[in-house]
Design a protein around this ligand. Structure first.
Ligand code: TXA
Ligand code: MG
Length: 329
């Protein structure tokens, strides 16, 4: 059931009163609050149980509103916004000094993005200002891709949920840092469906991928949320190859593409083989597996490759999330 004008009006009332509103986006649901209110932002950290130094993404209606949150708006950012907004690309730039320090976890940069969802664009419009929006889950848990997932984590009193149905992309936005001369040096801090190749063609220059497994990212203090175990279910999840699936034991769960030889007593969640469809389904699938209360969740390593650049970007982002979901606690 999708929300309408009445729910948007109620959401705006909540935001004006310093309250929290979960909003749908094309990626995952966000936990929204007035980005210009330090007290409202503080509530987001409290409710999520989010470490104080992990900065929030500021959601805007477009480049004009983005300029209210960032201290600069270079031509590189404008071009990226024109190419990818509304859409799953968060752009990191120096922050505007009027933005509460709490939003950026005390850091000097801010991530801004314009989400591609009509309800949330209408919400930002009606509210008239930027909203912080971390994924609407408790810190470290799986991001919500449906309103029911948000409801499972937060009570009606804590959070007003704008129901926009399932999120079509299913994994969080690409986080891209711009810096250097003319802000033309671009680094992907968190892979998403907007890949480095697509970004490079808009910027007309190279884009670095801060590989999660390299030493570099482990020492990047500005991106604390990008490290280690994250997006994790309750049950221990492990990443396995197809050969290992057949040795699953009763009481375990499997998340796999086209797998129909599951041993007795193994709970199977079937995944699509297409990259975008896989990403859209991933978090809900892991939740379903988790809800079966398995002793372990075996996730089959999906393909890494192709068939084209845009599916490779999606697989790369999927692998990133799977690596974190299965990282040792
Ligand atoms: O798709 C998304 O991005 C979703 C929807 C709701 O928009 N939001 C989301 O927010 O995933 P969150 O807070 O769960 O993840 C934001 C990530 C974190 O890993 C955080 O560390 C990083 O972005 N981040 C935010 N601001 C940053 C900054 N100024 N510099 C570097 N990393 C930043
Ligand atoms: Mg999150």
């Amino acid at each position: 059931m999708s929300a309408g004008p009445e729910q948007i009006a109620e959401a705006v009332r909540r935001l004006n009163g310093g309250g929290l509103v979960a909003f749908p986006t094309e990626t995952v649901y966000g936990l929204g609050a007035d980005a210009l209110s330090a007290a409202a932002v503080e509530r987001v950290y409290e409710l999520k149980g989010r470490p104080a130094g992990n900065p929030l993404i500021v959601h805007v209606s477009g480049p004009e509103m983005a300029r209210r949150a960032t201290g600069v708006w270079p031509d590189s950012a404008q071009r990226l916004a024109e190419a990818f907004w509304p859409g799953p690309l968060s752009i990191v730039l120096p922050k505007d000094e009027r933005l509460p320090d709490r939003v950026t976890g005390g850091g000097s940069t801010v991530a801004v993005r314009c989400p591609d969802h009509p309800l949330t664009l209408a919400l930002i419009d009606a509210f008239g200002g930027p909203l912080v929006g971390p994924s609407a889950n408790r810190s470290g848990m799986i991001s919500p891709t449906d309103a029911t997932h948000v409801r499972a984590s937060f009570s009606e009193d804590e959070v007003f949920v704008l129901d926009g149905g399932p999120c079509p992309r299913g994994i969080e936005s690409t986080v891209l840092r711009l810096e250097g001369d003319g802000y033309r040096e671009a680094t992907v801090l968190r892979p998403g469906v907007v890949g480095a190749e697509a970004i490079a063609s808009v910027l007309d220059g190279p884009v670095r991928n801060a590989d999660i497994e390299s030493d570099e990212i482990h020492s990047v203090a500005e991106s604390p949320g990008l490290m280690g175990r994250h997006y994790a279910p309750r049950a221990r999840a492990v990443l396995v190859d197809r050969e290992q699936l057949v040795s699953a034991e009763a009481g375990e769960a499997i998340v796999a593409i086209d797998f129909d030889e599951a041993p007795e007593g193994v709970f199977v969640v079937a995944m699509p083989s297409n990259a975008s469809a896989y990403a859209a389904r991933l978090y809900a699938a892991v939740r379903e597996a988790d809800e079966a209360n398995p002793s372990r969740i075996l996730i089959e390593r999906p393909p890494l490759r192709g068939p084209d650049a845009s599916s490779e970007a999606v697989w790369r982002a999927v692998h990133d999330r799977l690596r974190r979901a299965t990282a040792p606690a």
